[in-house]
Design a protein around this ligand. Sequence first.
Ligand SMILES: C[S@@+](CC[C@H](N)C(=O)[O-])C[C@H]1O[C@@H](n2cnc3c(N)ncnc32)[C@H](O)[C@@H]1O
Length: 288
Amino acid sequence: MCNYDQIGMFNDEKKTVKRKKNKQPQKYDERNKLNDLTGAEWQFATKTVISKVYPSNMQHKLRSQHGGQKPPQLCADLIKTFTKKDQLVLDPLAGVGGTLLGAALVDRRAIGIEINPKWIEIYRKVCELEHLQQFEIMQGDANERLADIEDDSIDFVLTDVPYWVMDKLDKTRSAESARQSNLNKFNDSNLQSKGEWLQEMKSIFEKVYPKLKDKAYMAVFIGDMFRGKEYHFLSADLARTISEIHGFVLKSDIIWHDDSKMLHIYGYPFAYVPSLIHQHILIFRKEN
Ligand SMILES: C[S@@+](CC[C@H](N)C(=O)[O-])C[C@H]1O[C@@H](n2cnc3c(N)ncnc32)[C@H](O)[C@@H]1O
């Protein structure tokens, strides 16, 4: 297992902690029911912008066949904020296992669901190559497989929703990985409206809700999009949709600044088109 220093957590935090040595509680407070962090660590873990650069490691080349994979160490940082050691994390849309790999890095348990067997195979291979604890990923549609998970058993949900497949940008990597991610579910004659995509996500999160313990948190990665001539604020749309599920309360919107993103020239020299180098991480809490 990796320890605190091996996964490079809180490097900038350590520096600042040193500067403010006498002001922040350095000791773990026994009243802390959420995580294993000291007050000083908590201070940084609750920042709303993540600007740390995550290395392309842990069999990145193998995992990048997916196209939507998340850095396991970013997942580990989030898991450390919302759980204690040995607690159970669920990812109902597991992909090649960013969440599960992150859980193994910080001594948590995890379980996943993934519709595409190819991504599960890659996750297993990565665990073998990295000598990491391998958790179960159930193969199938989360809408059905969530029924196999015990109610009130999950301490934290960390997940990453599939793309909204709304256009025919056949040659772009994102459209290709979107099609792969969704197991060719959508073809050109069967594209989704934004409303249909949101309903599909809602249906999954309605089934996730009873699995979480009361007062536990859920974090959802979601990127906005610029398509056609407009910006689609998908993070806001998804936040509103999940908030409609009774008991899920939106607590934060963390911006992950992904500095590894390649910059392209969009729109030049005719119109401003944004280069999206951030994603949102929506934080919800189950509050009955
Ligand atoms: C954005 S990706 C997750 C990537 C993941 N965070 C990782 O690090 O690899 C979303 C995943 O959800 C899967 N998926 C889409 N619809 C699903 C469904 N109804 N049930 C289970 N998995 C689904 C896709 O195949 C895709 O791998």
